[in-house]
Every structure is written in C-alpha cells, then in structure tokens.
Design a protein around this ligand. Structure first.
Ligand code: C2E
Ligand code: MG
Ligand code: MG
Ligand code: MG
Length: 282
C-alpha cells in the first residue's frame, strides 16, 4: 500500500476511498453551481399519501431531485448528506421551500386541499433564521402553517434534542405540524417522542417493503401501531409496494399509506394528470 501524508493525517491509499473523495468533491462543486444557475437541474417531485379510512389523497411528500449533465441522476440521500457537510444545506432547503410552497399555492388555486410534507435536515431545525424564512415565504404565498407538514428524521432528533425541541415547540405554537420520519431506525422510543410536539410518525420503509412476506416486520409494525394508538399518534407507513401489505396495514389500523403501490413520486405536471385520473384522487 502506498501512503498519503499530509500535515494532519496519514491513511493507506485505497482507490475506492479516493474515488469516493473525488465524487464528494465533484458533487459539492456541481451543487454550488446548480444552486447558483438558472437552469433547471434541481426539481421537486411529489408522492401522494393516502388516508386509509377514505382511500383518498390527504397529502403529498415533496422530494428533491437533481439531474446533472456530468454526474447524471444523484440520489437525494447522497447529496443531502454532502450538502450538510459542505455547509450548503441552508441554500438547498431555501430552494426546496420556495419551490414547494409555490407548487402548493398552485395546487390550492386548482382547488386541491391536500397538505404538502417537506423534509427538513437536522441543521435546518437548529437554524432559526431559516425557520423564520419559512414562515415568511408561507405568509407571502397566503398559506397557513397548517397546510404544510414538516418531516424530521428520527435519528436527527435523538442526536440534537434540546435546541431542536425548542424550535419545534415554537413552530408548533405557530401552527406547524411535525412528523417523525424513518421511525424505527433512530433508537428512540415512543415514550420519548411523547415529550416532543409531534403528532405523527412515519414507519421507516425498511419495515414495510417486504411486509407481506416477513413475519418479523409484521410483528414490529403491529407493535408500533399498538403503541402509537396508546400514545395517540397518527401513523404513516412509507414504502408500500403491494396490495397485501396495504391490506395488512389497513386491517391493523394504520392511518396513512405512501408507496409505489399507490404512486411513485411525480413531477408537478405528471401529478396533475394523476390527480385527474386516479381512483385515489377526490
Ligand atoms: P424520506 O423522507 O424517508 O422519503 C421517502 C423515500 O422513500 C423517498 O426516496 C421515496 O421516493 C422512497 N419511496 C417511497 N415509496 C417507496 C416504495 O414503495 N418503495 C421504495 N423502494 N421506495 C419508496 P428519495 O426521494 O430517494 O429520498 C430519499 C431521502 O432523501 C428522503 O427519505 C429524505 O430523507 C431525503 N430527501 C429527499 N428530498 C429531500 C428534501 O427536499 N430535503 C431534505 N432535507 N431531504 C430530502
Ligand atoms: Mg420524508
Ligand atoms: Mg429520511
Ligand atoms: Mg424514510
């Protein structure tokens, strides 16, 4: 092994590590450029969430997409993490907020009443300036905080409890609703969540994708649903890919479902078509 020496560290040279480092650097550079440019490299897609009682759309999750001329499609899981590390997440979230709220205003104009759920990263919920911006953009669009849901990943909340709770409480007092995303992956308990101003949990898709055939997942999901009912929490299942999983969730009292079985995430114009023709649409 060849070793690389710098002033601060020494590692054994590994081609895969170098490749990852180069990719991370390229993503950072390209993302900075994409945020500054007027071309539509970044876009939002929306995935319907269905109220299990009525089997109609109640909400849409807003998910960011990035297509780059050199890199192709970059998954949000990958570039959001890099944006956080590179100090770019505030810019990314600002872009997401502007786009999502403008689309939400458009859908309200068209007469649709569903809410839109936006994902916030851990740094966002500690950024008071950014949260104030969110309130301003929403007010500027003539929309109330109740028309937006904010999704926060469970592990982020466990990691940064105190300041996050303060900001969450302040936003809740202004009428915002929060959901705990990827529930089951962050080692929190429902008892712990009871102390947070949160009314909704989203069971992570890793427990849902194979639900119909996996007895362990079935036990876990039933246990979560049982406890959630006791704690008066609304439960969303993400990653519903087949009819049998949907039927189980329905039978066990899950409140809301989201997944490829209902619809994949769709760009605004495709979503409009979907809303015109889907049996899940009002
Ligand atoms: P998430 O918030 O948990 O979003 C759900 C993810 O599950 C989405 O992946 C969605 O496309 C995917 N999904 C939904 N139903 C199914 C299904 O039936 N099967 C499978 N296999 N997957 C399904 P996506 O869009 O790749 O996003 C990944 C993650 O990236 C999100 O997880 C979220 O943590 C993050 N993310 C996406 N957009 C944003 C954003 O605008 N801001 C921030 N901060 N994070 C975002
Ligand atoms: Mg989410
Ligand atoms: Mg997530
Ligand atoms: Mg998830």
């Amino acid at each position: 092994d060849e070793a690389i020496h710098t002033g601060h560290w020494c590692v054994h040279y590994r081609p895969d590590l170098e490749a990852r480092y180069v990719r991370r650097l390229t993503i950072t550079t390209e993302l900075k450029r994409a945020l500054a440019s007027k071309q539509n490299e970044l876009s939002m897609v929306y995935q319907p969430k269905i109220d299990v009682q009525t089997m109609k759309v109640c909400s849409m999750e807003a998910l960011i997409r990035w297509n780059n001329a050199n890199l192709g499609f970059i998954p949000p899981d990958e570039f959001i993490t890099i944006a956080e590390q590179a100090g770019l997440i505030e810019q990314v979230t600002t872009w997401v907020m502007n786009q999502t709220i403008s689309d939400l205003a458009y859908f309200r104009q068209q007469g649709y009443e569903f809410t839109v759920a936006m994902n916030l990263s851990t740094q966002d919920i500690q950024n008071k300036k950014l949260l104030d911006k969110l309130v301003r953009i929403l007010a500027g669009a003539g929309l109330s905080p109740a028309s937006l849901e904010l999704e926060i990943t469970e592990s982020d909340l466990v990691a940064d409890a105190s300041l996050a709770i303060e900001n969450l409480s302040s936003l809740t007092a202004q009428g915002f609703h929060f959901a705990i995303d990827d529930f089951g992956t962050g080692y929190s308990s429902l008892a712990y969540l009871k102390n947070l101003p949160v009314k909704t949990i989203k069971i992570d898709k890793s427990f849902i994708l194979a639900l119909a055939n996996d007895k362990d997942d079935q036990q876990i999901v039933r246990a979560v649903l049982g406890l959630a009912t006791a704690f008066d929490l609304k439960v969303v299942a993400e990653g519903v890919e087949d009819k049998d999983s949907l039927a189980m969730l329905q039978q066990w009292g899950c409140d809301v479902v989201q997944g490829y079985y209902i619809s994949r995430p769709l760009a605004r114009s495709n979503l409009e078509e979907w809303l015109h023709s889907s049996p899940y649409s009002n």
